[in-house]
Design a protein around this ligand. Structure first.
Ligand code: PEP
Ligand code: MN
Length: 368
């Protein structure tokens, strides 16, 4: 479907690259909102001031946002700091309240994008309204669902649309709170070259030390900008304390970024190459995660063998591994020499890991 996107020059906000959205995860108190906006305004780096008014929390019993009264704080703090403002809307009542208060840009959160009923409700509430809307990716890695949400807004007449990559939900432990899958936003950029795409390092990383590399990566991939959570007193934040940073740290972070020019000579070539590279990056990351998982199981096996006084090297099992893996590789059309080398390396690493776990101090011979 054809998506109409108005040229960035016609938008009511500063869309120069990098377009940076910053502000607290949640509006907590008037002082916190005004102070953050004022300090962010002074950095000269911010295009839009954010604060969550209604917070979608995974489990009840946590701070769910101040709700409507905080809209006034957000809008006034933004006006004082000379910054347009944005907040998350998840239903038509939120839209109505946000528009009434004078919010400049709306965003749709990952837990909303996932639900076509909610997206349609918001899109219907925005019929005839000329406001920029940012659509975050759904929590699950589904490009069609993301695209579908963007299409629903487009069909409602919204022409100032942006997408935002905030990573995807993951079961189990991971370095990232919501691991990114860069090839998905890049596919979106390839499909809709006029659609500005942003990134959300705060919700992808979930940790302060990951914000910089994620923001840099987003810029290197040619995204328009990013959104970062900033709080005057991050450790005391009522939500997402571990990922928020002070305005000073925010300033240092943004000053450290290298913003390379988009090689606009041939965007199609650039996008295709970036698409392919991002796919390789994601695949490698996934392989590493699997390797880590495999090693954890190896450690468990080591402990189990220790408890039951078994030797590390069980020749029968090793033969079976080689046989089955070579068979799988052949069936999948993988080079068996490549797989044999991989198995050799994996096996010696497994034995080393088990030796450490069992504390035998010496490594068994690896028999091929
Ligand atoms: C947020 O930006 O505060 C938020 C809740 O993000 P997400 O929808 O990406 O989880
Ligand atoms: Mn947050």
């Amino acid at each position: 479907m054809d998506i109409e996107i108005k040229p960035l020059s016609e938008w009511p906000i500063n869309t120069a690259r990098p377009l940076i959205i910053a502000g607290p995860c949640s509006a907590e108190t008037p002082e916190q909102v005004f102070q953050t906006a004022a300090e962010l305004g002074k950095t000269g780096k911010v295009s839009l001031f954010r604060a969550g008014i209604w917070k979608p929390r995974t489990r009840p019993g946590f701070f769910q946002g101040i709700g409507e009264p905080a809209l006034q704080w957000l809008v006034e703090a933004g006006r004082n700091a000379n910054l347009p403002v944005t907040t998350e809307v998840a239903n038509s009542a939120h839209v109505e309240a946000a528009l009434k208060a004078g919010v400049d840009v709306l965003w749709v959160g990952a837990r909303t994008t996932v639900n076509p009923f909610s997206v349609q409700e918001i899109a219907d509430a925005l019929k005839g309204v000329d406001i920029p809307v940012i659509v975050k990716n759904p929590i699950n890695p589904d490009l069609q669902l993301w695209l579908g949400a963007i299409e629903r807004f487009s069909l409602s007449g919204i022409t100032k649309l942006m997408a935002m990559h905030r990573g995807f939900s993951n079961y189990g432990s991971d370095a990232y709170r919501n691991p990114p899958m860069w090839e998905i936003p890049i596919s979106l950029m390839t499909m809709l070259p006029k659609l500005p795409v942003l990134c959300d390092p705060s919700h992808i990383g979930g940790r302060r030390d990951l914000l910089f590399p994620i923001a840099q990566k987003a810029m290197d991939l040619g995204m328009l900008g990013f959104m970062i959570e900033v709080h005057p007193n991050p450790n005391q934040a009522w939500s997402d304390a571990q990922q928020q940073i002070t305005p000073d740290v925010f300033k240092t972070l943004t000053e450290g970024l290298e913003i390379r020019s988009l090689r606009l000579e041939d965007p199609a070539v650039t996008h295709t190459l970036e698409d392919l590279r991002a796919r390789i990056d994601t695949i490698d990351e996934q392989i590493f995660r699997f390797m880590k998982q495999r090693l954890s199981v190896i450690e468990e096996i080591g402990l189990y063998k220790k408890e039951h006084d078994l030797t590390i090297l069980q020749l029968e099992r090793w033969r079976e591994i080689v046989e089955t893996r070579i068979k799988w590789a052949t069936e999948m059309g993988l080079d068996t020499e490549y797989i044999k080398q991989y198995l050799q390396l994996t096996h010696s690493t497994s034995i080393r890991t088990q030796s450490t776990v069992m504390n035998t101090g010496k490594e068994d011979e690896v028999i091929w």
